[in-house]
Ligand binder design. Sequence first.
Ligand code: ZN
Length: 259
Amino acid sequence: MALVAQVIIRKAPAILLRKVEYGDHDVVLTFLTPDEGKMSAFAKNAKKSVKRFSGVLELFTHLEIVIRQGKGLPYLDEASILSPYESIRTDYLKSAYAGYWSEVTIQWLEEGVPQKRLFTLFESSLAALHDARRSPGTVSILFQLLFLDIAGLAPSLSRCAGCGVDMETLSQAKAFFDLDRGGMVCPQCRGEARHRMAISVGTLKQLRWVLNEGLEGAFRVRFSPAAEREGLSLMERFLPMHLGREPKSLSFLSKIRSF
Ligand SMILES: [Zn+2]
């Protein structure tokens, strides 16, 4: 009796995070999906097959994909666009932000672990980045802070990361963030911090508000240009420290932003 290899076909919403050419014809794709987290799949003949995947397999596109899983790496059977977010790919700054979020996500996630909240966060962040009325920098603060929260690495913004005193009862114009201890520090604990950043109390309050609101309400926030700069520089130092490696896309993003 011949053994027939079992083939499983499944359909899923997915965001395309990365494309790597493989050989002359094929492409290896990395997706973010709600039920399986990070997922890699082959697209056979994607480079040649104009009819099949033309204009569909673009980075940062929200897709519906059909995956065929036999032995080995799954491969992509079909893909259709749910939201193209085309302005992200035609704008250098926007695509640099989305590229940074993708690298962070790929670095942190394991394959096959459900990530419903992260999928919703990523999708909401792309929608906000595509929206011309939203500031890309503000959206990136939200993405990073809520990503850290989902990863269980949210900074301590209400209590001193040294002694635990309630920071909201202290009256001060400037507050200090201790990057090593991962949170705000009170005046008594400030001296022990090796890597600290001053941050204005107004910005701190807004970051706290974002964490409290979570995914449901946080995208309503508006930062002043000064608060956006402070929030971004804090998040872009804190997040890489926790991932243990500086994402390559972050230095690219800084270059694009300085133009
Ligand atoms: Zn303290």
